[in-house]
Design a protein around this ligand. Sequence first.
Ligand SMILES: [Zn+2]
Length: 258
Amino acid sequence: MIQARIQQHTEAIVLRLLDYGESDRIVTFSTADFGKIRGIAKGARRSRKRFANALEPFCHSRMIFSRKNPDGLALIEGCDVLSHFPAIRSDLEKTLAASCLIELTDHFTPEDKRNESSFFLLLEFLRLLEGAAIGDALLRFFEIRLLRISGYDPVLDRCLCCQKPVGNQATYRFDIAKGGLTCNLCGPGNREAIPVSLGTIRTLLLGREMETKRLGSLLLSEQSADECGRLLAHFIRHILGRELKSVQVLNEIRRLKI
Ligand SMILES: [Zn+2]
């Protein structure tokens, strides 16, 4: 029996591209209505006209696709660019930050499972990055929010062991394997745990809860930036079982600049 291809429309953001065959491209998208999907863009490398500049990393478009079955490879039939994010593309630091956002989204989003919150989180943060010069803080707040919507929300408001609310100690420890804080009474023996100050914990909690458009006003002190960076990088590496490529590139470029 031949199944008809059903044409679908959705907003989409390009997460990853792979050249395929002579002239095609396999593209992974985060979409508003279908979760993460992979599709083939026929002739995308031969004719620039058909997809204009829609098939570039983190480009946001309205995409038309069809597929024979719901979990098969989609045929990408067209893309109308909604935002190409020119300010991000003309700035190396912002481009690297956007690469981190899409790589994180890619790793934390299962394929073909509807997940509009991860699509809109990515879109909101790309817009923030396009609009203002925010650096590491923005990445940290994206990470903490992505962890929450992916079901890996770290416990930051109380001690994992005694359940006492966080607030009466100047420093706590973050237990990577357990995904949460321990107080000084419960967790002094754990050498793997990362020390983290109360100020950093409060900033992370704010960054997780605050309205996204107000995040630009939330700054990280040097100490908080270091602590948040270390805590989230270790925790994410523990969950994914690997280091993100985009993070390695970002760190490498920064080292070269110094
Ligand atoms: Zn405790």
